[in-house]
Design a protein around this ligand. Structure first.
Ligand SMILES: [Zn+2]
Ligand SMILES: [Zn+2]
Length: 657
C-alpha cells in the first residue's frame, strides 16, 4: 500500500504506508535524508520518527531551517534536566520542559534552586555537551513507562492525560508523549538519562554549543492556581557563541529599560498587591498620561471624532445584544455577577455602549460617518500568572473609537486612519509595520460586503502603506482587520493599535440609518485604537525611551540647581518666571556635581545651574541630559525655545543641539 503526501512546493509524493518523516526525506533525496533533524506535518513540528498519513503536508527540517533553533533548545532543556539529575539525583522531580521563542524552560519540583546554583549546573551541562551523547528515540510500553515514573506523579499524570486523550498532545509542550494506536510511549534517551518526550531533538548533545541558564520563577502545575507551585528555570541555547552573546547583550539592554523598574525609580506608577493587574498612576505618571490623552484627543478631533464617555458598569444583557457576552463571559474573561436579581458586568469593550449612542437617534445617510471616541476603561479577567506591570493588565483605558459609515465610505475612512497612525507613531520615533488579516473560514455577514470591504482595505493599504504583510483567513469572524506592530528603539516588536471592520455588530444590535433610497440600511462599523491602551502604550514607551522622555512628556522638564543655599531665593524667582514649564528645584545642600548626577538619574531633560554669576548677569547656565552646556542664555530665549520644542514634540532636548 502506498499513500500520498504534499511537499512545500505543492508537489505530491507517493510513499509506502507507515513511512516516517525521515523516510519521506530519503524518498526526496539521500542528501536530504541524511540531513533530516525533524519534520513538520501540517505545520506542526514533529520528530523525524513520526509516521506520516495520506494527505499530510510534509516539510523537512534540517540545520538550515528556521525551526532548527526550537529543536536545539528542546534538546538543551533535556541536557539541563540530565545535569540536574546528575547533581541532585532523585531529589528533583521533572515535569515539563518545552522550548519557547527565547529559549526553553523546565518546571521542576522538590528542589530549592538559587541563581548561585546555575554555575554548577551549567558546568555539568557543559560536560554532557562535551560527551557528545547520541540522542536516541525509544518506545516503551505504557506499563514500563508507568513503572519508570513510579515516583513522579507529574509524568504519570501526563501519561494518563495522553491515554484519555485529554492532554495537550502538542510537541510544543515538550513533555507530551504516546502513539496511542500501539499503546507505546515515546521517550528520548541520551547516555544514562531518559525522558518522556515526543521530540524532536538534535542527534547529539554535542550540537548544543552555546547555552545559558537565565532565571528562576514560580509556575503552577498546568498553569492552574489550584495546583502545586513548581520551580521554573529559564534558559536559552544557540548553535554558536556569537548568537548567544548577541542575545545576552539585547537582554541586558532590555533589562536596563524594564518599565517596571523605571516606573518605580521615576515614581510613575505602581501595581499594588490589593489590585492585581490594575496600575495606579502616581503624580508623575499621571502627568505623562494627561499629556498622552491631550495628544490623542487632538488627533481624534482631526479625524472627526466626537468624544463621549460611557460607564463601566452595565447590565450583562447589553453584551448579549452585541455577542461580546459569549466571547468574554463564557471564557471567564469578563467580570460579571448577580445583584438585585439581575446580572451585571464591567465592560470588557466599549463597542456596545457606543452602539447604544449611535442607536439613540434616527440617523440619515447624510450624517455618516458618525465617529465616537472615548478613553474607555475596560476590565478583563486576565490570568493572574500573566499579569506584568503595564504590559499585561486587567484594567486598561483604550484610546478607543468607533466609526459608523456607509460601505462607500470604507476606503476613504481607512486611508485617513492609516495616515494618522503613521503620523502618530512617527512622532514617538517608532517604525510601524502593518498586517492585514482577511476573511476567515467562519466569517459572518454577507459575502459581497466582505469582498467589497477587502478590496477597499487593499486599496487603502496600497496607497497609504505600500508594503505590508497579509495573513490570509486570520481576520475576525465579523470583518477584516489591520494590525499595527511597532518596532522600538532596540528592535523589539510590539502589537499595539488596530483598525477593524465589523459587519456583524450593526446587525446584531439592529443599528440602522436611512439611506438616500429612503430605505433602512445597516452601517459598517470600524473599531479602532491607535495607541492601543494607555497602559500598554506607556509601558512600551517607557522601555523605548529608557525613561528619557521627550521634553513634552517629561514629568519634570527642567530642574533648577542652585549652586549654594544662598542662590535658592533666586531659583524660586526663576521658577515663577518660567511657570508654564514643569520645573523642579534641587534643594538638597549637595555639591553641584552631585546635584547634576541626581538630575541625570531622574532623566530630567534640562538643568539650570544658578550661581552668583547668573544672579548678577540675570542670565542662565543651561545643561541638558545629553551633557551639553551653555552659559549666558537669556531667560526669554530659553522660554521660547522650550515652548517650540514641546509644541513640535521633539524627541530629544533640542535647545543645545
Ligand atoms: Zn522532551
Ligand atoms: Zn470596538
Amino acid at each position: 500500500m502506498s499513500i500520498e503526501v504534499e511537499l512545500p512546493d505543492g508537489s505530491i509524493l507517493e510513499v509506502d504506508e507507515n513511512s516516517t518523516v525521515e523516510d519521506v526525506a530519503y524518498e526526496i533525496g539521500k542528501g536530504l535524508g541524511d540531513d533530516t533533524v525533524a519534520g513538520k506535518i501540517d505545520g506542526e513540528l514533529v520528530a523525524k520518527e513520526e509516521e506520516v498519513s495520506d494527505g499530510d503536508e510534509i516539510e523537512i527540517v534540517t540545520e538550515d531551517s528556521d525551526e532548527y533553533i526550537d529543536v536545539l533548545r528542546h534538546s538543551a532543556a533535556h541536557v539541563f534536566a540530565q545535569a540536574l539529575k546528575r547533581i541532585y539525583g532523585d531529589e528533583v522531580k521533572l515535569t515539563i520542559g518545552p522550548w519557547t521563542d527565547e529559549g526553553f524552560y523546565y518546571d521542576i519540583e522538590g528542589l530549592e534552586l538559587e541563581q548561585e546554583d546555575f554555575e554548577e549546573i551549567e558546568e555539568e551541562m557543559r560536560k554532557i555537551v562535551e560527551e557528545h551523547l547520541e540522542i536516541k528515540h525509544e518506545k516503551l510500553s505504557r506499563e514500563k513507562a508507568e513503572d519508570f515514573f513510579e515516583d513522579n506523579e507529574y509524568k504519570r499524570q501526563i501519561l494518563e492525560e495522553e491515554a484519555s486523550n485529554e492532554g495537550q498532545g502538542s510537541s510544543q509542550d515538550g513533555s507530551s508523549a504516546s502513539e496511542l494506536s500501539e499503546d507505546k510511549v515515546s521517550f528520548y534517551k541520551q547516555g544514562e538519562f531518559k525522558d518522556l518526550c515526543k521530540g524532536p531533538h538534535v542527534s547529539s548533545t554535542g550540537e548544543i554549543e552555546a547555552f545559558k541558564l537565565l532565571e528562576i520563577a514560580g509556575a503552577y502545575w498546568r498553569g492552574d492556581e489550584e495546583n502545586e507551585m513548581l520551580t521554573r528555570i529559564y534558559g536559552t541555547a544557540f548553535p554558536g557563541e556569537k548568537d548567544l552573546e548577541d542575545f545576552m547583550e539585547k537582554r541586558r539592554e532590555a533589562e536596563k529599560r524594564d518599565h517596571r523598574r523605571i516606573g518605580q525609580e521615576m515614581d510613575l506608577f505602581s501595581v499594588p498587591e490589593h489590585a492585581p493587574g490594575a496600575p495606579h498612576y502616581h503624580r508623575k505618571g499621571m502627568i505623562i498620561r494627561r499629556e498622552l490623552e491631550e495628544y490623542i484627543r487632538e488627533k481624534n478631533a482631526e479625524l472627526g471624532y466626537e468624544e463621549v464617555w460611557t460607564p463601566e458598569l452595565n447590565k450583562a444583557n447589553l453584551w448579549k445584544k452585541t455577542g461580546h457576552y459569549e466571547a468574554f463571559k463564557e471564557d471567564g474573561e469578563m467580570f460579571a455577577w448577580e445583584q438585585n436579581d439581575e446580572e451585571y458586568g464591567l465592560k470588557p469593550m466599549n463597542c456596545a455602549n457606543h452602539s447604544h449612542i449611535f442607536d439613540s437617534n434616527t440617523r440619515s445617510y447624510k450624517e455618516l460617518p458618525i465617529k465616537l471616541s472615548e478613553f474607555g476603561t475596560v476590565n478583563r479577567n486576565e490570568q493572574s500568572g500573566e499579569l506584568s506591570g503595564l504590559l499585561r493588565v486587567r484594567v486598561m483605558t483604550q484610546d478607543d473609537g468607533h466609526a459608523y459609515l456607509r460601505k462607500d465610505q470604507i476606503e476613504e475612512e481607512v486611508k485617513a486612519h492609516l495616515e494618522k497612525i503613521i503620523e502618530m507613531y512617527d512622532e514617538f520615533g517608532f517604525d510601524v509595520n502593518f498586517i492585514m488579516e482577511t476573511k476567515p473560514g467562519k466569517a459572518q455577514g454577507p459575502d459581497e460586503l466582505w469582498d467589497e470591504a477587502e478590496s477597499s482595505l487593499e486599496n487603502a493599504m496600497d496607497e497609504v502603506v505600500g508594503e505590508y504583510e497579509v495573513k490570509p483567513e486570520e481576520g475576525a469572524f465579523y470583518g477584516p482587520k489591520i494590525g499595527v506592530e511597532v518596532e522600538d528603539a532596540i528592535g523589539r516588536e510590539w502589537q499595539l493599535g488596530t483598525v477593524q471592520l465589523d459587519f456583524v455588530i450593526p446587525r446584531n444590535y439592529g443599528l440602522k440609518y436611512q439611506g438616500e433610497d429612503n430605505k433602512e440600511h445597516y452601517p459598517v462599523m470600524i473599531h479602532r485604537a491607535i495607541l492601543g491602551s494607555i497602559e500598554r502604550f506607556m509601558g512600551v514607551m517607557i522601555e523605548h525611551f529608557a525613561g528619557d522622555f521627550p521634553t513634552w512628556l517629561a514629568p519634570e522638564q527642567v530642574r533648577i540647581l542652585p549652586v549654594t543655599d544662598e542662590n535658592k531665593e533666586y531659583a524660586e524667582k526663576i521658577r515663577e518666571e518660567l511657570s508654564d514649564l514643569r520645573i523642579g528645584i534641587e534643594d538638597r545642600s549637595w555639591t553641584v556635581g552631585k546635584k547634576i548626577q541626581a538630575a541625570h538619574d531622574d532623566n530630567v531633560p534640562y538643568m539650570l545651574i544658578l550661581g552668583d554669576d547668573e544672579e548678577e548677569t540675570q542670565n542662565l547656565s543651561v545643561r541638558d541630559r545629553k551633557e551639553r552646556e551653555e552659559d549666558g542664555v537669556g531667560l526669554e530665549e530659553f522660554r521660547k525655545a522650550l515652548k517650540k520644542e514641546t509644541e513640535e514634540k521633539k524627541l530629544e532636548p533640542d535647545f543645545l543641539a
